[in-house]
Design a protein around this ligand. Sequence first.
Ligand code: G3I
Length: 326
Amino acid sequence: DGVAVGTAVAAPAGAGGTSGDPLHDDARYREVAGQQFSSVTPENQGKWAVIHPEPDRYDFAAMDAVVEQAEANGQRVRGHTLLWHRSNPPWLTDALTSGQVPDAELQQILHDHVTTVVGRYAGRVQEWDVVNEVLADDGSWRGDNPWIQALGPGVVRDALRWAHEADPAARLYLNDYGVERAGRKSDAYLELVRDLQAEGVPVHGFGVQGHLSVESGFPDGLADNLRRFTDLGLDVAITELDVRLPVGDGTHASGADLEKQADYYRQAFSACLEVEGCTSVTVWGVGDAWSWVPRNYPEHGAALLLDEHLEPKPAFRAVRDVLAGA
Ligand code: G3I
């Protein structure tokens, strides 16, 4: 099947309405997202705060729109995400942290959510980032994950099992950042995968996010690290690739940085292409105007393949050339 080339598609994190959603409001965005990529990930539309804003109310409008658009374009969909420490609605955070809600009830909340969301998109979402960012940099369980704080790491197994029951065909992933290289964090994921497999827990993939910076160096050994996971029988994917650049107080990147960025993108795509079992590379946004980077890293941006006007950058051409040679 080859390697799918994906993009995150943007939409407001607020309740499911479509206002401000470029997939609806911007014809050029829709065309580029629909034509240049073979897979999409809802950047925020599948997160708990968006899709399950109140205990007894789900809001599928935004996620439905992404899935329908992808189907119309013949694209795959990567679901994102079911168990995470961020973008949870206040009611859920309260339930998990108050100490007032019995464990069995918290488990029931997770069970309902996973079953409802995965079940709704069964057969239409091919991969799910079920478990997102559960380990800290030193490989321990993250101290700020309210699920793990409340229920212990067994929730990881529960979420995977329930997701599998809701859609036996979906490929279920663990996904994290800072795991591009071999090291404490990716080593710990390797251990976790071995443990899950030994217990018969359904886990099918490992997602390496790939939020890179030209100032930090390209993660050497990426392909070898991916192979450690495919050697265990897992699929792997690069799920959230971007390469941020210093842009001063504007959006202007230097030519040298743009070339360096192109080389990072080339290396990331090459690594996936050379690893059997690497199924996709997803970039974390269609163009620089929609990237999360400038909001989170002062004086950095220009992290994607297309610029603010959706015009191709050197990185776009580098990726096109790598894929043409594949
Ligand atoms: O749309 C609302 C707006 O209405 C509101 O006024 C404003 C006030 O804060 O928030 C806006 O929503 C923001 C949303 O992005 C859309 O811009 C949220 O606050 C903000 O938290 C949200 O950030 C997202 C972040 O995850 C948290 O969910 C980013 O878009 C998204 O790119 C980022 O993606 C994550 C992956 O899911 C997991 N890996 C890391 C990656 C980057 O942080």
